[in-house]
Design a binder for this molecule. Structure first.
Ligand code: 13P
Length: 354
């Protein structure tokens, strides 16, 4: 069943156009800072920082206040809690980001639950009441949204049922967003977990993206107002012979060209557990292939934040150095999004906010 075929009004269209224009900018990407409190706890535990509402607020403020970060970061995805929090000067975080020239976005899915009888596969929940929530988030400054669906790879998974279910849910979410003037990030994440080959990942990713774009089309979601946030085509994390950068780039672009319409303005990858350097190299290598019909950039969480979080340690006196680490990763990824990154820059880039 197709949800709705209502046409989008002029004002809503203008909102969507303006948001896409601000985000689909060559050399700029998105910071995913929308970790749920549970995920944030895991990340903070890793560096022994207590995870409270206040420490999460301080951490996010440290990132968002990084001088000149708007040169490389066009948008930031917030968790609901952060949307309603304030910076130390009393400005709401969405306002704070606007002043940095950054578009605020919001994670709107409500996390994963097991799919039917599966012990592994999960579906994403959160469609109930989504329209009302979007209106509320929009009032508080959010201009784009994110919804994540996940796919495990084994010899037999993902199942056709899950691929279909996730595609339908992503399409319904995306359509609802567009009707409320919010640009949807559609995030089908083929997980890195496991020892699968890159060939297997390619087959799965192609099937998943094919299903997602068929569902988006069926539900009349406008590709020109949609951001795709895919995983890269890559060997499983536990594979002893992981494919190298050139192969990742070649196979990823091959799948995207087969499945993603050319009128979709921007593709912003997730990092999915790749090291920060790996995620930067892979993106850069894709640009070396040339001839890309879309803006091709990043929407990383871990690959942008890891060095900064380690340096911060929850301490005020470390904030400036942590910001420099964040700035460095954002700058290198900004260069990678233009194909202008080189590995030597990892050591050359001086930690200043130039
Ligand atoms: P990672 O870059 O850490 O995979 O996070 C991206 C994201 O937003 C996951 O939903």
């Amino acid at each position: 069943m197709v949800l709705q075929t209502v046409t989008i009004g002029d004002d809503i269209t203008k909102d969507l156009q303006a948001t896409i224009k601000a985000i689909a900018v060559p050399g700029k990407g998105i910071l995913a800072a929308d970790e749920s409190s549970g995920t944030c706890q895991k990340r903070f535990d890793g560096v022994k920082i207590p995870c409270t509402e206040e420490t999460r607020r301080q951490y996010r403020e440290m990132l968002f206040a990084t001088p000149n970060i708007g040169q490389f970061v066009a948008g930031i995805i917030l968790y609901e809690e952060t949307l309603y929090q304030k910076a130390s000067d009393g400005t709401s975080f969405p306002e704070f980001l606007k002043k940095q020239g950054i578009v605020p976005g919001i994670k709107v899915d409500k996390g994963l639950v097991l799919y039917h009888n599966s012990e592994i596969e999960k579906v994403t929940q959160g469609l109930d009441g989504l329209g009302e929530r979007l209106e509320e988030y929009k009032k508080h400054g959010a201009r784009f949204a994110k919804w994540r669906a996940t796919y495990n790879i084994t010899d037999t998974l993902p199942s056709d049922g899950l691929i279909h279910e996730n595609a339908e849910t992503l399409a319904k979410y995306a359509l609802t967003c567009q009707h409320h003037g919010i640009v949807p990030i559609v995030e089908p994440e083929v997980l890195l977990d496991g020892d699968h080959t890159i060939e297997r990942c390619q087959i799965v990713t192609e099937k998943v993206l094919h299903a997602v774009f068929a569902a988006l089309k069926k539900h009349n979601v406008k590709p020109e107002f949609t951001i795709l946030k895919p995983s890269m085509v890559i060997s499983g994390k536990e594979n002893p012979n992981r494919a190298e950068v050139k192969e990742v780039a070649r196979r990823t672009v091959e799948v995207l060209k087969k499945t993603v319409p050319a009128d979709l303005p921007t593709i912003n990858f997730l990092s999915g557990g790749q090291t920060p350097r790996e995620a930067t190299q892979n993106l850069n290598e894709m640009h070396k292939l040339g001839n890309l019909p879309w803006n091709l950039s990043f929407s990383y969480a871990r690959a942008l934040q890891e060095p900064a979080l380690k340096t911060w340690q929850g301490k005020k006196e470390n904030a400036a150095n942590a910001q420099k680490e964040f700035y460095k990763r954002a700058k290198l990824n900004g260069l990678a999004a233009l194909g202008k990154y080189s590995e030597e820059m990892e050591n050359q880039v001086v930690l200043v906010f130039d």
